[in-house]
Design a protein around this ligand. Structure first.
Ligand code: HEM
Length: 219
């Protein structure tokens, strides 16, 4: 039996972000590393691709969150803001059973739809994208700003981008190791036993569908 985890809008938003982020990281690296800039050349084209991907990510976020189609994504964001006792247990050691134990071992704490690591990842990613968009805008309109602000924006942009690359790399490794989570982000549906093991507070429902934050069981 499977349960619904992500709607189409949320999945499209996630994968559009993944493509946009790949373009940003590649073009950013080309502009940052002199040897790469020299090898690739076409600096203006690389810069335009970088700026376009950056503003596209912000535009997708606003579009994905707006309107009735954004209901699922907005509910996921509210979920990320919640904390409970299972989250505390997960932080204090429960993460080992969640990420490293085999099926049939000690069950991890019954966290909700997202564990605290995922909540931190989502919050950090959103904050980093906001910082990158803000500092990137100062760099884009650099002729309108004083030198000290331009230099500061440059430094913050580079440091934030480096941190985000590391966090996203960790996220991709964890995502690729969990085939069922990957299936959820690809198709929208996950195995119910997986959901009960890794997100017990979300999947163990008495009356599926009664709470919009809870999964509906597939027929
Ligand atoms: C090929 C690259 C990627 C893979 C394989 C991947 C995989 C996944 C998977 C499987 C989930 C669902 C987790 C679950 O259901 O419990 C997820 C969620 C998420 N992804 Fe990705 N992802 C990728 C790229 C990205 C990028 C580039 C970003 C942002 C810059 C991103 C941000 C997120 C966020 C914020 C969530 C929700 C919270 C979380 O699960 O950590 N992902 N991803």
């Amino acid at each position: 039996m499977t349960v619904r985890r992500f709607d189409l809008n949320t999945r499209a938003f996630h994968w559009a972000n993944a493509v946009g982020f790949a373009v940003l990281a590649a073009t950013g690296a080309i502009m940052f590393v002199p040897a790469l800039s020299e090898a690739v050349g076409r600096r203006e084209l690389v810069r335009v691709a970088h700026d376009t991907a950056g503003y596209s990510i912000v535009a997708w976020a606003l579009l994905a969150l707006a309107g009735s189609w954004g209901r699922g994504l907005r509910a996921d964001l509210r979920e990320i803001d919640l904390r409970d006792a299972a989250d505390a247990d997960w932080v204090h050691g429960g993460w080992r059973a969640d990420l490293f134990a085999r099926r049939g071992g000690v069950p991890p704490p019954p966290v909700g739809k997202f564990n605290p690591g995922q909540k931190l990842n989502a919050a950090f990613t959103a904050a980093a994208i906001a910082v990158l968009a803000g500092t990137g805008t100062i760099m884009f309109f650099h002729t309108h700003f004083p030198q000290w602000l331009k230099a500061g924006a440059n430094l913050v942009h580079d440091l934030t981008a480096a941190a985000l690359v590391l966090v996203v790399a960790g996220h991709v490794v964890l995502g690729l190791r969990d085939r069922e989570a990957l299936r959820g982000m690809a198709t929208g549906h996950v195995d119910r036993a997986w959901a009960q093991r890794h997100h017990g507070g979300w999947a163990n429902v008495r009356s599926p569908g009664s709470d919009p934050r809870r999964p509906s069981v597939d027929p």
